[in-house]
Design a protein around this ligand. Structure first.
Ligand code: URA
Ligand code: SF4
Length: 248
């Protein structure tokens, strides 16, 4: 697909999402939140579902959890509009309750189509629900900071998934926040690993660490990869299970 075709195809999905009534979440939403970002990116972040602010604005990760996600990206010198950010369910669950299995299933075709269009190398899962989709059966306390091939059924035909705690969990628990910064610092290496798996012949070994590089460069050049400053300390295994991300 060309850039223009991806833009158009993503907009078709987004307009269907905005009008969607496939599950009960449409009854209580203000605005559906299709997701946003670069149509040309190699990296897609998948959260759980819109919260209060996202529901008001129709945009993903614009509240406090979003501010932390933006900071995580900044440690890699990545900007929000250089990646794609979306959610497992596109409408806010009332009172930020967990999305239910039938709601997740009803919404899944939208995420699947987004991933088919974007064909990312790396899917960064944010929290338990997104983890459950891309690394079924894994526990967040074990899986965070690790990478796995994703099932092509997800729509991402040759992507790997890299797990993070939900940023809202990091906001609530300093240990999880520290762990998350350490995990985020591993995202560039995860991207390289996934690229190497997709294009074994073209993969170039990369000296690590290198100075932080804008994501546009990091994404288009196998030789330049942003590496975050290492955290002062890497904490012991954080508490299990991850707390609910409900904040508002
Ligand atoms: N939490 C999520 O999982 N997604 C958002 O878009 C905002 C908060
Ligand atoms: Fe449709 Fe997904 Fe919103 Fe449910 S959560 S109404 S399936 S867009």
């Amino acid at each position: 697909m060309t850039h223009a075709e991806r833009v158009a195809a993503l907009e078709v999905v987004a307009s269907e999402v905005r009008a969607c009534t496939r599950c009960r979440l449409h009854e209580t939403r203000t605005l559906a939140v299709p997701g946003e970002g670069s149509p040309d990116t190699e990296v897609v972040f998948v959260g759980e579902g819109p919260g209060f602010n996202e529901d008001r604005q129709g945009r993903p990760f614009v509240g406090r959890a979003g501010d932390l996600l933006t900071k995580f990206l900044a440690t890699l010198r990545w900007k929000r509009d250089e990646v794609f950010i979306t959610n497992i369910v596109k409408c806010r669950p009332p009172d930020n309750r967990d999305p239910e299995a039938d709601e997740i299933a009803a919404c899944a075709p939208y995420l699947k189509r987004q991933l088919e269009i974007l064909d990312p190398a790396l899917i960064v899962t944010l929290g338990r629900h997104s983890l459950g989709r891309f690394m079924p059966g894994e526990r967040i306390s074990q899986a965070h900071g690790t990478i796995r091939p994703v099932d092509p059924e997800s729509g991402a035909t040759s992507a790997m998934a890299f797990a993070l705690y939900h940023p809202a969990a990091a906001l609530r628990t300093p240990d999880i926040e520290r762990t998350s910064y350490a995990d985020v610092a591993r995202i560039p290496a995860a991207l390289l690993e996934s690229r190497a798996r997709r294009e074994p012949a073209e993969a170039v070994p990369v000296p690590v660490p290198v100075p932080a590089t804008p994501v546009s460069a990091a994404i288009t050049s196998s030789a330049a990869v942003a590496v975050a400053a290492p955290p002062e300390t890497i904490p012991d295994t954080p508490p299990d299970p991850e707390p609910d991300f409900t904040l508002f």
